[in-house]
Write a protein that binds this ligand. Structure first.
Ligand code: HEM
Length: 407
């Protein structure tokens, strides 16, 4: 294990490798012997590893997510920069972020999410109908992949028949994180152009009709009622919802399903679905769909005795934080509910915390309730496939056999 100088020079810390199944599944098994370090160095930059340090990192205004200047520096085209500037809440300039975020939050009311539950159940039921007769399925490819994009697209108010194309476009938006960046740009641009033009046409269509009470309808009403939001920001903001709500939920949901299979809770949850929200909450700690969030240091700061300087790249490592043995009792075990403390950074924390979290928790709970109520005797038939690294990651394949439950 090497050691490195963590930035400005206040001490050394270990060099670790996070790009492995072993790190995703059990970070401590890959860390140096002895007490777990609070920070380390990896292929991503400076890794924050302990729960309190990661949690504080989310709140620290001296570090910020990557921004337009970063994407310019890697050669992003004007269309991509426009998306970053106008709609990508995570990467846009802080003053603009703080103006737009509350407007989007207003359209995400809990009652709007709750009233969408029957639709979530319908979407989940239709996906299960497609494979239940087979007696086997890949729960990720045949369920977790399609379900969240169908939910988010229809929750926002995009036409149901457009979901396959929207899904393909959001998959291509993954290219935003590709290295090197240039080869993926044409595909990324095509996906952005599609989403922009699609939402733009829909907004025009909606304005010609009586207002509708869905997310898009609410945003248009807010914008036309005088909220400080341009049409460009509205259109790109809706496009960003598709990105924010797809892969994140796909991987988090597959992580929860893995936790349920690992702990043998499937039948208990079929009999009593009440603990499902607690299962999801603690599973996000063990199998996070967003195992890290990236930050760039803008002002000097000291973390756990290490000096960080402007330009340092920080990875707020949620995989490691979630299993911090100094904070979570029996940190490798699922507890429902867990309150020692509860894990509260699965959707980020502070200024950039996820605005879709109520929708995500609700849709995942409805999906698990539907799956457990319809499939019985569910067993893994092979090794689940893991995508262990990246900002969004987790189980890519969960092959199972089952029987259809008598209802
Ligand atoms: C289980 C699923 C989800 C997970 C694990 C998740 C995770 C996160 C995390 C960790 C952040 C903070 C990013 C940072 O600090 O840099 C975030 C932000 C965000 N998420 Fe989610 N998310 C999920 C689902 C959704 C859904 C369904 C939507 C929208 C429909 C959504 C929209 C957003 C948006 C717009 C932001 C940016 C907020 C801001 O910068 O102010 N997410 N999400």
């Amino acid at each position: 294990m090497n050691e490195f100088n963590a930035g400005g020079g206040a001490g050394t810390c270990p060099v670790i490798v996070t790009n492995s199944d072993a790190f995703y599944l059990d970070p401590d098994s890959t860390l140096p012997e002895g007490p777990r370090p609070a920070i380390a160095r990896s292929e991503y930059g400076i890794e924050f590893l302990s729960y309190p340090v990661v949690r504080q990192g989310f709140r620290d205004k001296r570090m910020q997510p990557r921004d337009e200047a970063y994407f310019k520096s890697i050669g992003a085209s004007e269309l991509i920069l426009e998306f970053i500037r106008e709609g990508n809440l995570n990467f846009m300039a802080p003053d603009k972020h703080d103006r737009i975020r509350p407007i989007l939050v207003k359209a995400f009311t809990t009652s709007r999410v709750d009233s969408f539950r029957p639709e979530m159940r319908r979407i989940a039921g239709e996906l299960i109908d497609q494979f239940i007769g087979e007696g086997h399925a890949d729960l990720v490819a045949q369920f977790c992949h399609e379900y969240p994009i169908s939910v988010i697209a229809q929750f926002v108010g995009l036409p149901r028949e457009d979901v396959p194309e929207i899904s393909q476009a959001t998959m291509h938006l993954r290219m935003l994180g590709q290295k090197p960046f240039a080869p993926g740009m044409p595909v990324l641009e095509k996906a952005l152009r599609y989403l922009h033009d699609h939402v733009e046409a829909l907004v025009a269509e909606r304005r010609a009709q009586p207002p509708r009470d869905d997310f898009l309808g609410a945003l248009i009403t807010l914008r036309d009622g005088g909220e400080d939001l341009t049409d460009k920001e509205l259109i790109w903001g809706v496009a960003f919802m598709m990105l924010g709500g797809h892969d994140t939920t796909r991987y988090t949901l597959s992580g929860s399903l893995m936790s349920i299979l690992e702990t043998g809770m499937w039948e208990a949850l079929a009999a009593d679905p009440a603990p499902i929200p607690d299962v999801i909450a603690d599973s996000m700690r063990l199998h996070p769909g967003t195992p890290r969030q990236m930050r760039v240091v803008h002002e000097p700061l000291e973390v756990a005795g290490h000096a960080l300087v402007p330009g340092d790249v920080v990875s707020l490592n949620m995989s490691a934080a979630g299993r911090d043995p100094a904070v979570f009792d029996e940190s490798a075990s699922l507890r429902c509910p867990r309150s020692d403390p509860a894990y509260d950074i699965g959707f980020g924390f502070g200024r950039y915390a996820c605005i879709g979290q109520t929708l995500a928790r609700t849709e995942m709970a409805e999906a698990i309730a539907m799956l457990t109520s319809r499939l019985a005797d569910v067993e893994l038939t092979g090794e689940p496939l893991l995508k262990p690294t990246g900002v969004v990651a987790g189980f890519d394949s969960i092959p199972v056999r089952f029987r259809a439950r008598n209802r």
